[in-house]
Every structure is written in structure tokens, then in C-alpha cells.
Write a protein that binds this ligand. Sequence first.
Ligand SMILES: C[S@@+](CC[C@H](N)C(=O)[O-])C[C@H]1O[C@@H](n2cnc3c(N)ncnc32)[C@H](O)[C@@H]1O
Length: 221
Amino acid sequence: MEHRRGVHLDAPPTNQLTPQMETNWEEKYQRNETPWNKGNPCPGLVEFLQNNPVTGRVLVPGCGFGHDVRALALTADQVLGIDLAPSAIHAAKSFPPEGGEDYSCLDLFALPLDFCGSFAWVWEHTCFCAINPQRRPDYVRAVASALQPNGYLLAIFYLNPDNDQPEGEPPFGTSPDELHQLFGSHFQLIRSWTPIANYPGREGRELMQLLQRKPELPSIS
Ligand SMILES: C[S@@+](CC[C@H](N)C(=O)[O-])C[C@H]1O[C@@H](n2cnc3c(N)ncnc32)[C@H](O)[C@@H]1O
């Protein structure tokens, strides 16, 4: 796994991707090849919410079946789960509602203009590790743009997925160093910790971070 030290977020959005690094997510859902679906919300998120109820409007990119969306809807005013794959959104909508949650088939990298600055929180869980690593600077920009100034990105990052997929397929790992390089210009790191609660097999391989969006974002030249 290449660690992207010295990534320049002011570079233009990446649009030249290695073809084998693009994933057909819809096809995976249609084939029921969804090993990431554990049938319940991320334990690290549940642990966090027990002591830190999240309020306001929340965005969950790459929400899949929406388990985390529904966990967040127990405390937040409004939660929007988005996913590229129509089948994921269809499945997410089939669960009984827990609160003010909704789902929409959207690409994180092509969000509607009115999303700009409109979320108090973003919850990241296995979307960052799913996208092509070349698009990580785009990920940071997209999430920072969706957040209000001083809004929060709560994230669980998969450090070392011990990927048994063919080369060039997700999940793609990361490191604290890379996260600092990527997020540092748009976010202030508030807290970084290893969650106690994990899905079986992910113990010690996840890093949770609470990041706060800077009031002013760097301009894209
Ligand atoms: C590994 S799955 C994780 C799903 C969910 N977060 C979970 O943990 O169950 C990654 C998800 O991200 C979605 N995804 C990938 N790229 C995306 C993008 N650019 N915009 C929105 N969703 C995306 C995929 O369709 C897939 O549902």
C-alpha cells in the first residue's frame, strides 16, 4: 500500500484513474457480494454515541445498507445516507425507520450544490477505504465542502485491512501519517483513538478520529 505522503490537496480533482482500481459497487450488491455488511452498526460508532450524542444534520457517505444511518438517527435530528449503488439505497430504505433518516443514491464526488456547508456532522465508515486511493484528496474536499464551518467529521479509518482481494481492489488501508497529510489543510484534529468495540477481526486495526472543519477552506487553484 503506497502511503500518500506530501499529498497536495490544492491539486485539481483527480480524473485519471487506473481502470482496475474502479469498483462496480452496484454489481457487488446485485451478486450479494457484500462482506462489509455485518448486519448491525459499527461498534465504534455505537460506543461513541453512548457518551456523545450527535445532533443536527448528518451525512453518511457510502452508507451501504444504512445500519450506521439508523444508529445515528437515534440521536441526530436528520441523517442522510448516500450511496452510489441503487441496490444499496433500495435495501437501506427497506429497514424500519428509527428517526429522521433518509437515503439517496448519490456520488460523494458529485454532490448537489445545495449540500455545500449544510451538514453539522459527517460520519465516515468504510467509504474512505473503498474509494480509489488516488481520489482521497477529492474525498477530503467533498466532505469538507458538505460540512458547515466548524462542523465535525467523525471517522473510523481502516488502517490495515489485510486485504485478501485481488491487487487494486478495496479495502485500501491508510496510516495516521497519511491521514494527517490529507486532512490537515481542511480539518483540525480534535481527538484520535483506538475504539474498544470492534467487529470481530477488526480489533486494533481501526483508528477513530474526530476532526473539526476549519472555518475557512483553502481555495482550489
Ligand atoms: C465497503 S462498502 C461500506 C458500506 C457501509 N459503509 C458499511 O460499512 O456497511 C463501501 C460503500 O461505498 C459506496 N461508494 C463507493 N464510492 C462511492 C461514492 N463515490 N459515492 C457514494 N458512495 C460510494 C459503495 O457503493 C459501497 O456501498
